[in-house]
Design a binder for this molecule. Structure first.
Ligand SMILES: *Cc1c(COP(=O)(O)O)cnc(C)c1O
Length: 347
């Protein structure tokens, strides 16, 4: 048994995957009478979608350089989180480790699967507490460690060295969620998989690629884990409409790059502005498309903005985030409006 197989749940390792009509017959034919579809055409969606997202994964290799045999497409990265927990963790027995504060979905999907969550509190400066995490991993042996980099909601990247130290000390799977990597100017960590096959990287088309509504997530992993994901996922998890939308967006990569540089300059403009406001005590560095700020009264500022039709995210009840609001970098017009409204706020 390989190292990866030994980490997998036995029922996944031995699972006979559902065989779709599209798996049985590959190639071109004039008459498809194998899948009980309707012949009545409608935007190309009278047929079942490609369960393997072949065309999309080829284009992802071309545009994002992520190798075809290392990618699997999911119904948003939320589905990827759920699948990875189900592949590697036994309900009631295994655990996962997450940083705090971080993205809420890891906990929800662990809870949903009956898998215990171990919290690893970040340091005051929102960096990884390596000795503490190493100690917890040695004692509790979590099956998966989730690392969100850049982290949501703090906004910043962890250092590559820190992430690799955790991934090497972790005998289970290390999932690096790179939903915001496009805003960081960094390439991300997928190339580290070659040196440590227990690393899995998550990407999404929901943020920089403007496709939150289409639900397109990308798992990048060693081909052995990729095959397990292909087996464990629902066969038609990514609709034809979503696959088409993703291909369309990848073909508009220049436009996406233009929008990205606009977001980065708006991020700097907003951050500088926030620093001039007397009721904002801290503006945190961002490698993402949002900015975390600390205010003296998060509820009051939230309500003030909401009353003026501007909604931000109140994260002040999370550990280490007292008084903190998370604000997405909007369009230039939206940011102008936000700045105008903030100018009218008084303590
Ligand atoms: C937004 C976000 C995602 C994206 O989830 P999708 O299901 O792909 O839309 C994943 N991880 C983090 C940390 C996020 O903030």
């Amino acid at each position: 048994m390989t190292e990866i197989e030994a980490l997998m749940n036995e029922h996944i390792r031995t699972l006979k995957p559902y065989s779709t009509a599209r798996d049985d017959f590959k190639g071109k034919a004039d008459i498809l009478l194998d899948a009980n579809e309707s012949w009545l055409g409608g935007s190309g969606i009278n047929r079942y979608p490609d369960p393997r997202c072949t065309a999309l994964r080829k284009e992802i290799e071309n545009v994002l350089s992520l190798p075809f045999d290392m990618t699997a497409i999911t119904n948003g990265s939320d589905e990827a989180i759920d699948l990875l927990i189900r592949i590697f963790c036994r309900p009631g027995i295994d655990s996962v480790m997450i940083e705090r504060p971080t993205y809420g979905a890891y906990r929800v999907f662990a809870d949903l699967n009956g898998v215990e969550v171990i919290d690893a509190r970040l340091k005051e400066d929102y960096t990884l507490d390596i000795p503490r995490m190493e100690e917890v991993m040695a004692q509790r042996k979590p099956k998966i460690v989730f690392i969100c980099s850049p982290n949501n909601p703090t906004g910043s990247l962890y250092s590559k060295e820190d992430i690799l130290r955790i991934a090497d000390a972790n005998k289970g799977i290390t999932v690096i969620d790179e939903a915001y990597i496009d805003f960081s100017g960094e390439e991300g960590m997928w190339r580290a998989i070659e040196g440590n096959r227990r690393i899995v990287v998550l990407r999404t088309m929901s943020k920089a690629w403007s496709l939150a509504g289409a639900r397109v997530g990308i798992i990048v992993s060693d081909p052995e884990i990729q095959r397990a994901v292909m087996k464990a996922k629902p066969p038609y998890n990514v609709s034809q409409l979503s696959q088409q939308a993703a291909l369309d967006m990848l073909s508009r990569k220049d436009e996406i790059a233009g929008t990205l540089s606009q977001i980065l300059s708006e991020r700097e403009r907003l951050s500088s502005f926030f620093r001039t406001l007397p009721f904002i005590s801290e503006v945190f560095h961002s490698d993402s498309n949002f900015i975390l700020v600390r205010t003296f009264d998060a509820e009051r500022l939230y309500d003030y903005l909401a009353a003026r039709s501007i909604i931000v995210r109140n994260r002040s009840s999370e550990p280490l985030l007292q008084g903190c609001l998370r604000i997405t970098v909007g369009s230039r017009d939206e940011n102008d409006k936000l700045m105008e409204v903030l100018d009218g706020y008084s303590l």
